[in-house]
Design a protein around this ligand. Structure first.
Ligand code: MCN
Ligand code: CUM
Length: 772
């Protein structure tokens, strides 16, 4: 089925936050810190206030008076809305101007005079905990270092024991650099506070409208029923639109202060330097195995750069997200991880860019170190993986770090990818080319993801349990409206959720309207991230439709004048058993439910239902990726020649949409593996503040993707579906890096860090790998 939303999006009729125009609307611009770390000595706003068209200039001091200078983050830390004491990263919010138009607001920013006293910044994460490191979070009482948290999973003693009896141990330092999701639409909001009604309407770029509304209620002390959060069309989220940014809060303050609607829309540089980054994990990985290549254990030590505020958006009990699945798709005897997270003078964030809550980092770690092991054992990396897979009869499989994989059948997925690639032929071609001095590499990655957070007993964000509501109403003529708590950012929910209902009820998908992204008109739920929409809300949609069908059955039995036990559900209608000619369609039942005459005793009129779905476990999609690269020995440029991706997301709802999700994620992978990285100079200046410096892939850098699939349904999901939205972003970077490292094998190279730009590959070829 083609995407329903494309009728409007392809004709330029989408309605994004920046399309919202309200009568009398004013525009907000934010003054940001030019320094990574500096004390604010004074701020003079008088010239800005006198600038033409300016309606308000607000600093942190003003917010302090209102008790709004600080706000909670999604990770139990606090973040400055506007800096009061000092600035902690370049690009941090210092003051804002509200003016008649965007240009006047921006011009007035230049007139704000801030005197800073520059402090030494903490830029190198490895030095953040040194005793003489400057202390960033002086706002936290008694804080005498830059430590955020320590976290540990698995069993250290058990892991040490398997390492002690291993024949081979391979150790590698692996860096997953700081990257940025860079959605096409940047973040923004329009706030409209009505002082008479006391009601706030907030259009904003949010992936989680309900969670945001509850937090605004708690932070600002506004009554929750007087806040309406609307996420209209979103031009890509990729996790960038999960956190609450100071800009959203400032537009609310701006509207309250001026009594007018206020729009804030950040530009590309603001987005790149100040909103939620991704990754930034420095990982020491060790793998232990027998001489025959049976993997015994993995251990890792991670140093995590969280920036100036801990603004990660992970379930409360999971400060490192779902990094705990770093044991991957392998049946190990023991595993252990120790992590330390620190503050640095950089923008906050951490969970974004299709990471499945940090599974990107976990999969990169395990798939890289398994390849390093194959290198040491002189074993084929495909063979090594096949030898160590968790076997189908072991599911549900409890990992050594406490996760229960719901289902999986890895070998067929791997074999299909190898067959599509022509793996043996490729190895032959490579051997011939190597003999001629040509650099060709073949890289494999095999991943298992954990997506679909909750269940609520284990998972919550700031105390809000991770479950999702769904409401379904069938109109008298048999058309329907379904209301979701999740929010699409391009994934095609208006199509796929209609398909789920259609499949359950036999109503054509075009007859089903999907309403989402408006807290006044949808049931409560935690929103879209971690590829949880299909695993959680998709389950809710199937179950709410079944609830409607159960009621329809009672009405059908009365209409057909037979007992409930004597009717069957067949494709959109209830039929009398053994007499298919006697039947009523769901549309006829819907009319009866609203129509003249009596309904059976105890049955209320109408045909609708509502549900809140709390998943019993996550879903665990998997996939096998094979990448073929050629490296130009003269320029060290890497060309991805072929990429084979076989994904297993259980039951597939819309194959075309899945294909699109996979293509997008693979393109992300090429970006991260070969060109993307946010870097800083020693003063903490962000060097990736525009798309001239922060490179993202285009059609020129990507091959024609070759995709395939296997289907291993989730046993606990009502339709057996698992998530797919982040699989390819998670799975592809290691395949590409493994391919590049494989191509460089003649140089004796076992590891090289992303992004594998020509200069890094060049240095690696010359045995002088650059420190990351
Ligand atoms: N789908 C399907 N069959 C399945 C699983 C999924 O047809 N077995 C369909 C779904 O119905 C949905 C799409 O594939 O239309 C993605 O579903 P799912 O895996 O449930 O992921 P979400 O809808 O929760 O999307 C979130 C995920 C995340 S977390 C990021 S980050 C990301 C991604 O989706 N951001 C995206 N893909 C994106 N795609 C676009 N275009 N824009 C983004 O911002
Ligand atoms: Cu980790 S990015 Mo998505 O979960 O919105």
């Amino acid at each position: 089925m083609l995407r329903k939303e494309d009728a409007r999006l392809l004709r330029g009729r989408g309605r994004f936050v920046d399309d919202v125009q309200l009568p009398g609307m004013l525009h907000l611009a934010i003054l940001r810190s030019p320094f990574a770390h500096a004390t604010i000595v004074s701020i003079d706003t008088s010239a800005a206030e006198a600038s033409p068209g300016v309606k308000a200039v607000v600093t942190g001091e003003t917010l302090k008076g209102l008790g709004l200078a600080w706000m909670p983050t999604l990770s139990n830390d606090v973040q400055a809305v506007l800096a009061t004491d000092k600035v902690r990263f370049q690009g941090q919010e210092v003051a804002f101007v509200v003016a008649e138009d965007r240009y006047k607001a921006r011009d007035a920013l230049e007139l704000i005079d801030v005197e800073y006293d520059v402090l030494d910044p903490v830029v190198d994460v490895r030095k953040a905990l040194e005793p003489d490191a400057p202390i960033i979070r002086t706002d936290l009482e008694g804080k005498t270092n830059n430590h955020v948290f320590d976290w540990e999973t698995g069993d250290e003693a058990e892991t040490d024991a398997v390492f002690a009896r291993a024949d081979v141990i391979v150790k590698e330092d692996i860096v997953y650099p700081r990257v940025h999701p860079a959605p096409m639409e940047t973040c923004g909001s329009v706030a409209d506070f009505d002082p008479v009604e006391g009601k706030l309407k907030l259009w904003s770029t949010t992936q989680a409208p309900h969670a945001h509304r509850t937090l605004y209620a708690i932070v600002a002390g506004l009554p929750e029923h007087k806040i309406q959060v609307i996420a209209p069309d979103i031009g890509g989220g990729f996790g960038n639109k999960v956190p609450i940014y100071p800009g959203y809060v400032l537009s609310i303050v701006g509207s309250i202060v001026t009594g007018k609607p206020v729009k804030w829309m950040e530009d590309r540089s603001e987005n790149l330097i100040s909103t939620g980054f991704a990754r930034d994990y420095i990982m020491r990985a060790e793998i232990a195995a027998t001489a025959e290549g049976k993997i015994l254990g993995i251990r890792t030590n991670v140093l995590a750069d969280h920036g100036a505020f801990n603004g990660t958006a992970a379930p409360v009990k999971y400060p490192a997200g779902f990094f705990g699945v770093f044991t991957g798709s392998y049946d190990l005897e023991a595993a252990h991880c120790k992590m330390t997270a620190v503050y640095t003078n950089k923008a906050p964030g951490g969970v974004a860019y299709a990471c499945s809550f940090r599974i990107t980092e976990a999969v990169y770690l395990v798939e890289r170190i398994v390849d390093a092991l194959a290198y040491e054992l002189a074993m084929d990396p495909a063979e090594l993986r096949l030898k160590n897979f968790i076997q189908p009869e072991q599911f549900p499989y409890a990992t050594k770090t406490g996760w229960v994989y719901d289902s999986g059948d890895y070998e067929p997925t791997m074999r299909l990818a190898m067959e599509m690639a022509g793996y043996d032929e490729l190895r032959k071609e490579q051997a011939e080319k190597r003999a001629r001095g040509e650099l060709m590499g073949i890289g494999i990655s095999f991943f298992t993801e954990a997506v679909g957070a909750g269940p609520r007993k284990d998972m919550d964000i700031l105390g809000l349990g991770m479950a999702d509501g769904c409401e379904l109403r069938i109109h008298p003529t048999g058309k329907a409206v379904v209301r979701l708590s999740v929010k699409t950012q391009g994934q095609g929910h208006e199509t796929t959720f209609a398909q789920i209902i259609a499949e359950e009820l036999g109503i054509p998908p075009d007859d089903i309207d999907v309403v989402h992204g408006d807290t006044d008109n949808t049931p409560f739920g935690l929103g879209t991230y971690g590829s949880r929409s299909t695993p959680v809300s998709g389950a809710a949609a199937a179950l709410v439709a079944r609830k409607v069908r159960d009621k329809a059955k009672l009405i059908a039995s009365a209409m057909l004048e037979v007992s409930v036990a004597d009717i069957d559900w067949v494709k959109g209608s209830f039929q009398v058993k053994g007499d298919p000619g006697k039947a009523v369609t769901i549309q006829e039942i819907a009319f009866k439910a609203h129509g003249a005459g009596d309904l059976p005793e105890g049955i209320e009129g109408g045909l609708e239902a509502q549900i809140c779905y709390n998943p019993s476990n996550l879903t665990y999609p998997h996939g096998a990726y094979i990448c073929v690269v050629d490296i130009d020995p003269g320029t060290a440029e890497v060309k991805v020649r072929r990429f084979i991706a076989v994904d297993d997301c259980g039951t597939r709802i819309n194959p075309m949409i899945i294909e699109g999700q996979v293509h997008g994620g693979l393109t992300d992978g090429v970006g991260m593996a070969l060109m993307e990285m946010i870097s800083f100079d020693e003063d903490g200046n962000c060097l990736g503040a525009s798309l001239m410096d922060y490179l993202i892939p285009t059609a020129l850098e990507v091959p024609d993707w070759e995709t395939g699939f296997t289907v291993t349904p989730s046993p606990h999901h009502p339709i057996g579906a698992k998530g797919i939205g982040e699989s390819a972003t998670v799975g592809s970077p290691p395949a590409i890096v493994n391919a590049v490292v494989d191509a460089l094998k003649p140089f004796g190279i076992r590891h090289a860090d992303m992004p594998l730009t020509p200069s890094r590959v060049w240095d690696a070829m010359r045995g002088q790998a650059t420190p990351p």
